[in-house]
Structure formats: structure tokens, C-alpha cells
Write a protein that binds this ligand. Structure first.
Ligand code: NAD
Length: 252
């Protein structure tokens, strides 16, 4: 499908309740690799997928140690928002952003200025640590300080349970209230903009057909094909940090 950014810009100008759904592709230009893109973390190293799977994490201390080592220098702790994130914040300033559903765990949308109350983090955040046994949560940097001080698999100080980042790993249940909020925001949209996601991970990918069925225009912005390109009103394949500011206006 050939779609023009000018057409999408016009739709956004007319829209009143834009819902943006973002995936890892919006943060690659901030230096955080995606998983499944051509230079994605899993594409280059399939073993990395193990570190994102709760079944290996809870049963294998070596997987946990490797996870803590890789968290120490997770790019999300130093990354800066790019023009794509700033474009989402501009949408909010224009009074158009109804909700921003993100699969990302990097908090770059909030850092770019989107109100935290509008960001629906369906896969959690890497900026917090949590205990799988008692549900304790605290700032990730405090737990990382313990790792730097020599604890290679730090245990929960409240109950001795296994700690991890406050993100949803594969094999871990999603938070039903968060997913409900995401899908009901999608159903309220008059324009859904899906940005930088292969749209393979359910149930959040379902936000696209939900919005379409509720009568919203659907725009997909992603370098690679997605399964929903066929139901989209427009598909844009350009670089997100260039193209998103172009269609949103009001950036800067
Ligand atoms: P994905 O890795 O499955 O797909 C990303 C898509 O973005 C790919 O199709 C890729 O071609 C495209 N892309 C990458 N950079 C782009 C650019 N500059 N312009 C246009 N397109 C670009 O991502 P996903 O669907 O979000 O799923 C990965 C899962 O892993 C998510 O659920 C998320 O929780 C997690 N994840 C998060 C981060 C992060 O927080 N930044 C990073 C990696 C993975």
C-alpha cells in the first residue's frame, strides 16, 4: 500500500482522540535496540531471548546472573528521547493525544514530556525492580547498586524472594487492568497510530483491530511489514524519528 505523509498529517489535524501505540522501533534512534528488527537483539543473538523468558529466569540462577549483568548497562538508563518521542509529546500539547499505549519499558515517552497519566505501559518499566514472591517494588538503581557491590543475584530484602525488573517477561501474565485500559482507549480512538512495532505480541496488538472495528482510522508506521497492514488506512515505512514529527507538526 502506498500512503502519503501529507494525507496522514491531514487526518491528524482533523482527529480529536488520537491513540498512539508504540513498540521498540520508536526507541532505536535513542540507541536502544529492538528485538525483531534486522539489527534487533534477538535477531543477532537468539540466546538473548532466554533472558526475557520467566521460565528460565525463575529456574536457572545463571540466567538471573546474566540478566543482572545485562541490566547494569541497559541502554534505557542513559538514553535520551528522540524526535519520535517528542512528536508524541507535541500531539498531547495540541490537545489530541487521548492515550499512549506502549510496549516499551524505557520510560522515554514520559521523559519526552507526555503526561505519565496518559502513558499505558503494557509491559512495565525497567526503571523499577520487583519481587516475584511478595510484590515489593523499588527503584531499579538501588538494586543495581547491590549488584555493583558484588551481589550477583540479589534477593528481596523483605522476603528473600527472586527479584527482577518490573517488566513483563515472556511466560509472565500481563496485568489485566492495564490491558483493559489499553483496549478501551483503542476503542475510544478516532485515529490509531501504531508506531515501531511488529504487532506480533498479543493482546496489545489487538488494539489495532479493536480501533478499526470501532470506526477509527488506522495508520501504521513501521519499517517492516505487519500483519495489520491490510486493514490500515495508511502505512508509512520511513524512519520514525523523521516521519513522525512530519505528520504530527508542532514539534520543537
Ligand atoms: P519489535 O522488536 O518486535 O519490532 C520493532 C519494529 O520496529 C521492527 O519491525 C523494526 O523494523 C521497526 N523499526 C525499528 N527501528 C525503526 C525506525 N527507526 N523506523 C521505523 N521502523 C523501525 O518490537 P515490539 O513489537 O515493540 O516488541 C518487542 C517487545 O520487546 C516489546 O513488547 C517490548 O516490551 C520489548 N522491548 C522494549 C524495548 C524498549 O523499551 N525500548 C526495546 C526492545 C524490546
Amino acid at each position: 500500500m502506498k500512503s502519503s505523509p501529507e494525507q496522514v498529517r491531514e487526518w491528524i489535524d482533523r482527529a480529536r482522540r488520537v491513540v498512539v501505540l508504540t513498540g521498540a522501533g520508536i526507541s532505536t534512534d535513542s540507541g536502544i535496540p529492538d528485538f525483531r528488527g534486522p539489527r534487533g537483539a534477538w535477531t543477532r543473538n537468539p540466546l538473548a531471548e532466554k533472558l526475557s523468558d520467566i521460565r528460565y529466569y525463575v529456574t536457572d540462577p545463571e540466567v538471573r546472573k546474566a540478566s543482572w549483568r545485562s541490566r547494569l548497562d541497559h541502554p534505557a538508563f542513559t538514553a535520551q528521547p528522540n524526535a519520535g518521542h517528542l512528536a508524541c509529546a507535541a500531539l498531547e500539547r495540541r490537545g489530541k493525544l487521548h492515550a499512549l499505549i506502549t510496549q516499551n519499558i524505557d520510560e522515554l515517552h514520559q521523559r519526552a514530556g507526555v503526561s505519565p497519566g496518559r502513558v499505558i505501559e503494557v509491559h512495565g518499566t525497567v526503571h523499577k525492580a520487583m519481587c516475584l514472591a511478595c510484590g515489593w517494588r523499588g527503584p531499579m538503581q538501588e538494586t543495581l547498586a547491590r549488584v555493583r557491590a558484588g551481589e550477583d543475584d540479589p534477593a528481596c530484602r523483605e522476603c528473600g524472594g527472586i527479584l527482577k525488573s518490573d517488566t513483563i517477561s515472556f511466560g509472565q501474565p500481563l496485568v489485566p487492568e492495564v490491558i483493559d485500559r489499553a483496549l478501551s482507549a483503542a476503542a475510544d480512538a478516532d485515529l490509531l497510530l501504531a508506531v515501531g512495532s511488529t504487532l506480533q505480541v498479543y493482546p496489545v496488538a489487538g488494539a489495532v483491530p479493536v480501533a478499526k472495528q470501532a470506526g477509527a482510522r488506522v495508520v501504521i508506521m513501521n519499517a517492516q511489514e505487519t500483519q495489520f497492514d491490510g486493514i490500515a488506512d495508511a502505512v508509512l515505512r520511513g524512519n520514525i524519528s523523521v516521519e513522525l514529527p512530519l505528520v504530527v507538526r508542532g514539534v520543537g
